[in-house]
Design a protein around this ligand. Sequence first.
Ligand code: GLN
Length: 383
Amino acid sequence: MRNLATLVLENGIIFHGESLGIEGSVVGEIVFNTAMTGYQEIITDPSYLNQIVILTHPHIGNTGTNLIDMESDKIYIKGLIIKNVSETSDHFNNQKNFIDYLKDNNVITITEIDTRKLTRMLRKLGSLKGCLYTSNKENYYTAYKKAFNFDGSQGFDLVKEVSTKFIYQHIKHDFPKKIFNTSNIFQLKDSSKIHIVVYDFGVKRNILKLLISYGCNLTIVPADTRAKCVLKLLPDGIFLSNGPGDPKPCVYAINAIKIFLEKNIPMFGVCLGHQLLALANGARIIKMKCGHHGSNHPVKNVLTNKVIITSQNHGFTVDLKTLPKNIQITHKSLFDGTLQGLSLKNKFAFSFQGHPESSPGPHDSRLLFNKFINMCIQFKQNN
Ligand SMILES: NC(=O)CC[C@H](N)C(=O)O
């Protein structure tokens, strides 16, 4: 018999379940991810900072955990909600059982609750704040108060908490072969001469691995690196990464992007990077009702009418009504019509509201990396 765990929502609703024996209490915004695989990539994605994640797939953990599937150096979610956790694990990459992995990393987890009921509630009411506790130092009233008073994610700069503190470089294939199989990656002629500066707003490792697999040299810089410092590095392209929280407070990055736009340096933004590119052009950002978190999101390229299935994780979106004239819409969600991609007219800059590095998720949108690298090659040849 496991210990008890309790989830109290800001609207007073309470769920009782089982804990994995890790004692404590966490408060955060609750979001649901509908992916059927890739739990380790999800929980190590820095974009989930401060969020309590429900994995809607009813049985989680049976492939165990390993070093290859880490999207960063640690677990970033604040708490975990799952229906049923696998006691055993089996996979050719398995190194550690999922329960042991969560215990070793002190992740407060609730299991054996009706995740479908909770997810339907969030879909109806929009995202909710909650307090998840396994400790008897907390009770319903203290937890309710914490959930109710939690500030949420709007207006806070979480990027600075996850970004690298130092500039560092990756030169070609310096990720050990063991943790990255490059067999299914596109190699482009001339891409090995490209130098890309990656703004780390909470960058996922698979983005770096993909760029390295093209043969690019990467310089990864802290989120608040000034434009003039980046320009001195003579980049052939600038990558704006994913990241946690509200993009609006990242004024330092928005200002830098404005300068790169003036110089017309190739730029590719994903997720938070996409939102920052839109902000730099005067568009507005709004909070979504319950966001997009999963790996089966259909997106239409409105220029070609092609549909791709994509991996997504965002709670904010660019307000379509506020797009300036120099922005061209390239992609829209077939779930709710929200903006999924844009490009700037007469500029080498475009972005995607999703995760084309697809870790986890289908690889349909990885061709966007090809588009970016080709832009960088062209830019380099012209300069
Ligand atoms: N994955 C991301 O980059 C997320 C972007 C932003 N934090 C959002 O929730 O909308």
